[in-house]
Structures are given as C-alpha cells and as structure tokens.
Design a protein around this ligand. Structure first.
Ligand SMILES: Nc1ncnc2c1ncn2[C@@H]1O[C@H](COP(=O)(O)OP(=O)(O)OP(=O)(O)O)[C@@H](O)[C@H]1O
Ligand SMILES: [Mg+2]
Length: 263
C-alpha cells in the first residue's frame, strides 16, 4: 500500500462575490473548481516535486494532504486511513519563517525534541542536525542574526528534528538569491538522503524538480488535473545539461507550462 493516496480528489470554492452580484445563487456562477479528479500515490520515503501554473491549486492540494482543508469530494488516505484533520504527529509542514524569533537556533531545533528525556541524547541530536545543515558555530544566534539562507537551513534542521513521517514543503526556496537557493536545495537533497522520509515539494522551478525529485508531477491550469507524472530514475547529483533524457524532459515541461522555449 502506498504511504499517501489521493483518490478522485476534487476541490471547489464558492465565489461569494459573483453570487452577491447576481443577487441569487445559481449553480453555474458560484462554484470555482480548483482541483478536478486528482489521483496520485506517494510511496514511503519518496521525494516528489510538484510543478504547475500559479493558482492551479498546488498549495490547496498540500493543505488537504496536511489535513488543514477538506476535499469537496474524494479523499486523502495516509497509510490507508482517511485524513480528517491536521496530524502534527506525522506530518510536518515546512513553512518559511517558521523559526521563533525569540529563540536561538539551538532552541528552535530543540522544540521538536521535547519528547527526549535524556539530556545527553537530546543535545547530541540537536548538534547532529545543526551540523548537518552546516550551522555549526551559530547555535546560539537568534534568527535575525542569520542570513536568509542560514535561516532557511535552520528551518530545515527544525523540520527534520521533529522526525515526521511526511515532510510537506510549499516553495521552500522562495525569496532566496540564486546561489543560496542552490545551497539550500542541496541541503534538502542531503536531508532526504539522510532521513529517507516521504517528502512533497511544490516548486516553481523546473530545474529544482528535475534535480531533486524521485518523481515529478506537473499539474494543469484550473480546473487542475495531473498533466504529467514521471519517475526520475537517476542518481544524484544530476547534471541537467549533460543528461539527455532530463534535458528533453525539461523542455517538454517548459512547453507544457506554456513557455515555448527552455531557458
Ligand atoms: N479559501 C479560499 N476561498 C476561495 N478560493 C480559494 C481559497 N483558497 C484558494 N482559493 C483559490 O484556489 C486557487 C488555487 O489556489 P492555490 O493557492 O492552491 O494555488 P497555487 O497553485 O498554490 O498557486 P501559487 O503557485 O501562486 O502559489 C486560486 O484560484 C485561489 O484563488
Ligand atoms: Mg501556492
């Protein structure tokens, strides 16, 4: 059985302004279908990257997987069980600015490890994650004393310290400069290699998806359905320019997203 199953998922919203304008609710004007009949499965430990045009419903889909929002119809199953609310015990939603500003890097990472009673074990684990994201020496800095990229890496350490079964990341590299983006992306790949947990990443960057994903999913514009699903059976690190199959796929996805030439 797949770790996460999305079955016949549909999500629509009621456009209240249109109803107000027309004065009376009529079926055609009030429903905006965002996601339409989505069927997907995510395997245990898989890293899946999701691409799609802005507004197609990627965040909406992640929210439903995390249990923050309910489908209009269809269902999301985790380990075969329908999800009916947020499950902090096994899903971690990675959100930019998730660090608590009044706590140091060490204390932020420690938050996810409150269950560990043995202080020595706890300290060792915190240090291990901080070292993993290359923040050694910055343990006692506050978030505002870190660069944007360092903050993002500290957020990553905090996320993996929680040891979730599933990590959900909605545009984890947004707002980072080019080099920092690449650095944090590398950290996410390392992190996944290390913890091997199911990881779902929404990104706007086709190269991110092709470099990181065990699988890439491309969604269509609204009402959104799955336009392409492709397994990426390539080792890492990946060189997109030299890998013929990946370069072709890159072009295909550009085209699919409405860009007629790959840049
Ligand atoms: N609570 C809501 N009420 C009404 N409409 C909503 C609500 N949440 C989302 N939508 C609509 O659903 C659509 C999809 O939104 P969503 O945020 O999931 O898109 P997205 O693919 O994540 O876009 P982006 O790439 O820009 O982040 C949008 O048209 C949005 O206006
Ligand atoms: Mg979004």
């Amino acid at each position: 059985m797949s770790h996460i199953q999305i079955k016949n998922l549909k999500k629509s919203y009621v456009d209240k302004r249109r109803v107000a304008r027309s004065g009376k609710p009529d079926a055609a004007s009030q429903e905006i279908v965002v996601l339409d009949d989505i069927n997907l499965e995510f395997e245990e430990g898989e890293m899946v990257c999701i691409l799609g045009p802005s507004g197609c419903g990627k965040s909406t889909m992640l929210r439903m997987i995390a249990g923050f929002d309910q489908p209009t119809s269809g269902e999301v199953l985790i380990n075969g069980e329908p999800i009916d609310g947020p499950r902090a015990d096994n899903i971690f939603v990675f959100q930019h600015s998730g660090l608590l500003p009044w706590m140091t890097v060490w204390e932020n990472v420690e938050l996810g490890l409150r269950h560990l009673e043995d202080k020595e074990e706890k300290d060792k684990t915190i240090q291990e994650y901080i070292t993993m994201v290359e923040l050694t020496g910055f343990e006692h800095h506050y978030p505002h004393q870190l660069s944007g990229g360092m903050q993002r890496r500290a957020e990553l350490a905090r996320a993996i310290a929680v040891n979730p079964d599933t990590l959900i990341m909605d545009e984890p590299f947004s707002g980072l400069d080019f080099l920092t983006h690449m650095k944090v992306r590398e950290e996410v790949v390392n992190m996944h290699e290390y913890i091997k947990k199911t990881t779902l990443i929404v990104t706007h960057d086709i190269d991110d998806a092709l470099i990181m994903g065990d699988r890439v999913i491309v969604m269509s514009g609204r009402p959104s359905h799955v336009k392409l699903e492709k397994k990426l059976n390539f080792g890492r690190p990946r060189d997109l320019a030299r890998n013929h199959e990946l370069s072709e796929l890159r072009e295909e996805i550009f085209f699919m997203l409405g860009i007629s030439y790959a840049v």
